[in-house]
Design a protein around this ligand. Structure first.
Ligand code: SF4
Length: 418
């Protein structure tokens, strides 16, 4: 069962007082939520805090808000809780346990962008029910609709979100236009991750709220954890907690941040440090390999997962992810060809930015990070000199899947909105 833990020196602003219980409107209000604040003052706080998106791309939040506001017509705001990464549970937990924090942040984003409509985009049943109750507990002053979607890897990509809300399938579309230019019903649309919105609400309540991250920590043999940690926490601190200081590697950011070797444990969870390490925070999922596990096998499993999750709309993604997965599987099984190392190296660069969404980039980056961090080991596999992971364990996507922590249902009846 997924546990919840705080590494914050004091209170944990995102986890709140009782992370195992759904927070009702009154409790949120008494803790300082939903208070009036000028949108311009809040934008200044978001800028000063250096808040970046917490869904994957890590784009500066204030710049995104202002781009939507400046785009021309009356915009739309979407609270994106699609959470397609299988190793991440933070968004589902936020909507299940702290729906008013998400709702408050969404309404403040609507104030800043001067939006006329909002949507809550959600795949998880319990999260959808929690958000539905939150909308009943505090009827929002901006018309808000919940949109359900099936849980897939690409469903949370921003153009897939827009396409689904517009009545189509939850599949990405080519860019441009990006949603901030033309999104739901053709108007500028802010698609904001629910943790990003939660942080906006926290900054509205208290400008000095400590900067923190919600992380999902997992790995074979580990009890998964949802952890709130200060920005800048080292991977080493997480590995120490998980008793994985002897890990042979770490898969970062879901599939998005590639594999780091043990030297990467020194990396701090902060945008510049992760970029310097050739990685990324992504959705904040951190997957530690077990001692003795092979990073090449992990990459093969990750690539098999991504090839399976491709939405098969872009030819280059269909062939590219399949080729990467097939070649890496051959390396693991000891059936690779001598040219496969050069092919992997070429594809890991040439496939970048070729697909309509980030899935193909994630696959290319996974291969590139393996070659960068574990080049000799990968070469040994391709040359048949490393039998350590001769395995038919591929396509076990379950190793990446984490179940959200239990959140007990609210016990109080819904009272009239303030
Ligand atoms: S890059 Fe792949 S997953 Fe993304 S839209 Fe194209 S085919 Fe689908």
């Amino acid at each position: 069962m997924t546990q919840i833990h705080s590494l914050m020196p004091g209170s944990a602003p995102l986890l709140g007082e009782r992370p195992d219980r759904r927070e009702a409107r009154d409790a949120y209000w008494h803790a300082g939520g939903y208070r009036d604040l000028s949108p311009d003052l809040l934008v200044n706080r978001i800028k000063a805090a250096g808040l970046r998106g917490r869904g994957g791309a890590g784009f500066p939040a204030a710049a995104k808000l202002l781009a939507v506001r400046a785009a021309g017509s009356v915009p739309v705001v979407v609270a994106n809780g699609g959470e397609g990464e299988p190793g991440s549970v933070k968004d589902r937990w936020l909507m299940r346990a702290r729906p008013h924090l998400v709702l408050d942040g969404m309404l403040r984003a609507a104030d800043i962008t001067r939006a006329a409509r909002c949507y809550v985009y959600v795949a998880d049943d319990e999260a959808a029910e929690s958000m539905r109750r939150a909308l009943a507990e505090r009827e929002p002053y901006v018309p808000t609709q919940i949109v359900r979607v099936a849980h897939t890897y690409v469903a949370g990509e921003e153009t897939a979100v827009v396409r689904r809300i517009n009545g189509g399938p939850a599949l990405p579309t080519a860019k441009p236009p990006r949603p901030f230019e033309s999104g739901v019903d053709g108007v500028p649309t802010l698609v904001a991750n629910v943790e990003t919105l939660a942080r906006i609400a926290l900054l509205a309540a208290r400008p000095q709220t400590p900067d923190s991250l919600l992380l999902t920590v997992s790995g074979p043999g580990l009890e998964p954890e949802l952890v709130e940690a200060p920005v800048g926490t080292s991977l080493q601190a997480l590995a120490y907690r998980a008793d994985r200081l002897g890990t042979p590697g770490v898969l970062m950011g879901g599939m998005f941040g590639g594999i780091l070797d043990p030297r990467g444990l020194r990396t701090e969870l902060e945008a510049a440090a992760l970029t310097a390490a050739g990685s990324a925070l992504g959705c904040g999922a951190v997957h530690f390999l077990a001692p003795g596990e092979c990073p090449v096998a992990l990459a093969a499993e990750g690539l098999a997962f991504l090839a399976d999750e491709s939405s098969r709309q872009c030819g280059v993604c269909v062939t590219g992810t399949a080729a990467l997965a097939r070649t890496m599987a051959s390396a693991v099984h000891g059936t690779a060809e001598p040219d496969d190392l050069a092919r992997l190296s070429k594809w890991s660069q040439s496939l970048r930015r070729r697909g309509a969404c980030g899935l193909l980039d994630a696959a290319a980056n996974l291969a590139a990070s393996l070659l960068r961090s574990f080049g000799p080991l990968t070469e040994a596999h391709i040359e048949g000199r490393s039998p350590c992971c001769l395995s038919d364990r591929l396509l076990e996507a379950d190793r990446f899947r984490v179940a959200p922590p239990t959140v007990f249902a609210i016990s109080q009846p819904i009272s009239a909105p303030r």
